[in-house]
Design a protein around this ligand. Structure first.
Ligand code: SF4
Ligand code: SF4
Length: 68
């Protein structure tokens, strides 16, 4: 189902709020994030298992994990 592929849930990082602290990268069990130029970048969105640990860990509330 191509549709499922394109609608795969993925975390969204608000770059305006992100301070690059790295908490999201450290807590993500499947290594979705990388910190580049002081900001969190969603590098491997299709790996996301939607556990929402990153959302909870972000001190700036910069991450939203989209569902569906
Ligand atoms: S929801 Fe879980 S698996 Fe997905 S990016 Fe956040 S910490 Fe990683
Ligand atoms: S936890 Fe939040 S503030 Fe820290 S790097 Fe990740 S998105 Fe940015």
């Amino acid at each position: 189902m191509k549709e499922v592929f394109f609608l795969a849930e993925r975390p969204f990082v608000d770059k305006g709020k992100c301070t690059g602290c790295g908490a999201c990268k450290q807590c993500c069990p499947v290594n979705v994030f990388e910190i580049e130029n002081g900001k969190s970048v969603v590098k491997r969105p299709l790996e996301c298992i939607q556990c929402r640990a990153c959302e909870a860990s972000c001190p700036e509330k910069a991450i939203v994990v989209k569902e569906g």
